[in-house]
Write a protein that binds this ligand. Structure first.
Ligand SMILES: [Zn+2]
Length: 310
């Protein structure tokens, strides 16, 4: 079995962390080690963020067991607030991480239920019937906006465990956060045409294919986590790659941004990711930028969450 780090959000792709990004993470780590108070009190201008900063709905965070050991809940929440996150969807291996973070900041964290109890289950969960009992037990105990993020591709999406996950989401009116190729997305929609699927990383697919999928499925939304091909950022200026611009303008209501903290050190990138997102989003018409930055996530997930709370 491959190393979990390779199996996770990268979908087998090489880590695109250029040395500049790595330096930023290390910088963030050093600042955190130096005390959260100092990091939080840094003026926005010192971080290159425009003021007032546009809110960000981060649709793709994980707070797994090794993360909460290195970045305790208070520090993780401080990073989220420093980033200017309005809300974030969080799923973790195990779910305890999500619950810890939600307890620390119920206004900020939208819990998402991951089938994985540990990192090592990314490949094995598909054929592990005990995953279902785990999900049912958590669903009986806690509230969630979605089930995911889980990894499945091709015909594996028709395995009994995945079918049951799609069914559970339908019964509970939850969305699915699926790290999949287009084929696995199609199969899940065939199982439940009324499913609501958030397609993690937009399937690492090309913008033309993503648009074709969005045209076919009204209940499909896409996160842009852990990819950078849509943004051409140079220093303080950002541009949107032309093929992606067409996708965003055709479907302004279907995209969201996300950091994907699939390793603990990615937590120190949450602030930088929000800043970087604002930079390329500024190249879009303001209403499209706002939709992708936070309004789509709010409309789809926060409103339903808030309505159910009342
Ligand atoms: Zn992920």
């Amino acid at each position: 079995m491959a190393h979990p780090k390779q199996q996770d959000a990268t979908g087998g792709q090489a880590e695109p962390a250029c040395s500049a990004a790595r330096r930023r993470w290390l910088f963030g780590a050093a600042r955190l080690a130096g005390g959260m108070a100092a990091a939080v009190s840094l003026p926005a201008a010192a971080q290159g963020a425009p003021t007032p900063a546009m809110p960000i709905f981060d649709a793709h965070l994980h707070y797994s067991h090794d993360a909460w050991e290195r970045v305790p809940p208070k520090d993780a929440v401080a990073l989220m607030r420093q980033a200017g996150l309005r809300r974030a969807m969080v799923s973790s291996s195990s779910d305890e991480g999500t619950q810890k973070l939600h307890a620390e900041a119920p206004d900020l964290v939208l819990p998402v239920l991951r089938p994985y109890r540990t990192r090592g289950e990314i490949g094995s969960w598909l054929r592990d019937e005990s995953v279902i009992a785990h999900l049912e037990a958590r669903l009986a105990r806690h509230r969630y906006v979605a089930i995911g993020e889980y990894h499945v591709s091709g015909e594996d999406a028709d395995l009994p465990v995945v079918r049951r996950v799609v069914q559970l989401a339908r019964e509970r009116r939850l969305a699915l956060h699926s790290h999949s190729d287009a084929d696995a997305v199609e199969r899940q929609f065939r199982q439940d045409p009324s499913a609501r699927i958030l397609w993690a990383h937009s399937g690492f697919d090309a913008p033309a294919n993503v648009r074709a999928m969005l045209r076919r499925h009204r209940n499909l939304w896409c996160d842009l986590a852990f990819r950078s091909d849509h943004a051409l950022v140079d220093g303080q200026r950002g541009k949107v790659e032309p093929a992606w611009r067409e996708a965003f303008l055709e479907f302004p209501d279907r995209f969201m941004v996300g950091t994907d903290t699939f390793t603990p050190e990615r937590w120190f990138y949450v602030v930088e990711h929000a800043r970087w997102s604002r930079m390329w989003l500024a190249d879009l018409p303001p209403e499209v930028a706002e939709a992708i930055a936070w309004r789509n996530g709010e409309r789809l997930f926060s409103q339903a969450w808030g309505a159910a709370q009342r």
